[in-house]
Design a binder for this molecule. Structure first.
Ligand code: HEM
Length: 364
């Protein structure tokens, strides 16, 4: 498709699909022509993910400092100890479900702590997060509506929970993100409670399933390509570039949506004002005009300008955290486990979403 119809209009979905690196890059770096604002469903409050400047930049700048690579790198020893704790819990079994035992809980616990959730409430968070990422077990309408109901309930419970934490931090501020958002001002005006809660839920939702899939996809590569597992055991300094290549090769988020704010021509096609545009990162990352041997997994690929964290003003806020968690998970597993193997014959079920790349279980 990238060669035959790199930009195409899909009538059934009423949107444009954009497949080439150059075009995806152009769209993501132009928020004036390609807006992130979308209609909200239900009672939702807009978050930075669905805002354009100037509000986007104002809100994002409040938390930017918390997520710089330098600040995030200070968390490394703590993330390592949480990882070890989770691996200790299954160490006598000789097998584990990577998704359930490490890849889901690790990012939840880390972001919950950054937000200011007390460690005793970790389990609650894990439960909500499990529900938020859960897909229907079957394709029936009934299963789908059941899952949607559960998700609505989980979001409500999360909102109520954050509302309580907000009240506590208002009287007794701590060094966490919620206290920071409570004291922040934009042009002399404080954020309202709903804005703070939505921001918190965004951080939780945007960072969890994605990092879960990064960790799982990384271990998948180690079991599919055992020579790479050997290479990393001998050269642990390659783990950061390995993680970048996992991101390029199996991007946890496959595509990013925008809306055209004006008529615009791209690649000889006229995209009309108001049209939805889907930029396929997964395709851009394998574009032969950008990457040498795009379908080969090359641990030391340099440069590796993948688009898996997006590009431009919406570039993933949590990228330094996701990278660090991915690197620590892999380093710790390689240190502790003599050999990591997929348990042959186990079912490998993909997550039912065109935009998310990952599997539901990964027994090793
Ligand atoms: C934005 C991917 C982890 C928070 C994005 C975007 C992508 C992305 C593609 C751009 C969306 C757009 O342009 O519309 C990923 C991947 C991750 C990951 C693949 C893990 C491997 C995280 C983590 C956090 C996080 C750990 C939070 C701590 C956010 C936020 C935005 C964002 C808040 C919105 C930024 C903005 O609109 O300015 N992420 N993400 N992400 N991500 Fe991540």
């Amino acid at each position: 498709l990238r060669n035959s119809t790199p930009i195409r209009y899909d009538e059934s979905r009423d949107c444009w699909d954009v497949l080439r690196y150059e075009d995806v890059h152009r769209i993501l770096k132009d928020p004036v022509t390609f807006s992130s604002v979308r209609e909200l469903t239900g009672k939702g409050t807009a978050t930075i993910l669905t805002m354009d400047p100037p509000r986007h930049s104002q809100l994002r700048s409040l938390v930017n400092k918390t997520f710089t690579p330098r600040v995030i790198s200070d968390l490394a020893p703590h993330i390592e100890s949480i990882t070890n704790e989770m691996l200790d819990a299954v160490k006598d079994n000789n097998h584990m479900d990577l998704v359930h035992d490490l890849a889901v809980p690790l990012p939840v616990v880390v972001i919950a702590e950054l937000l200011g959730v007390p460690p005793r409430d970790r389990e609650l968070f894990k439960e909500w997060s499990d529900i938020l990422v859960k897909g229907p077990d079957t394709n029936s309408d009934e299963a789908f509506s059941q899952v949607m109901k559960e998700k609505e309930r989980a979001i409500q419970e999360l909102n109520d929970y954050f509302a309580k934490i907000l009240e506590q931090r208002r009287v007794d501020p701590k060094e966490d993100l919620i206290s920071l958002l409570l004291s922040a001002e934009i042009e002399g005006q404080q954020l309202n409670d709903m804005e703070i809660i939505s921001f918190s839920v965004l951080l939780l939702a945007a960072g969890n399933e994605t990092t879960t899939n990064l960790i799982t996809n990384a271990v998948r590569i180690l079991t599919e390509k055992t020579e790479i597992q050997q290479q990393l055991r001998g050269n642990p300094e390659l783990i950061p570039s390995f993680i970048e290549e996992v991101l390029r090769y199996y991007p946890p988020i496959q595509a990013i949506g925008r809306v055209a704010t004006t008529d615009i021509e791209i690649g000889g096609k006229l995209i009309k004002k108001g049209n939805q545009v889907v930029s396929w990162i997964a395709s851009a990352n394998r574009d032969e005009s950008k990457f040498v041997e795009p379908d080969a997994f090359i641990t030391e690929r340099r440069p590796n300008t993948h688009l898996s964290f997006g590009f431009g003003i919406h570039f993933c806020l949590g990228a330094p955290l996701a990278r660090l968690e991915g690197q620590i998970a892999i380093r710790t597993m390689l240190n502790r486990m003599e050999d990591i193997e997929f348990i042959a014959g186990s079912p490998l079920t993909s997550i039912q979403s065109p935009f998310v790349y990952g599997v539901k279980q990964f027994p090793i």
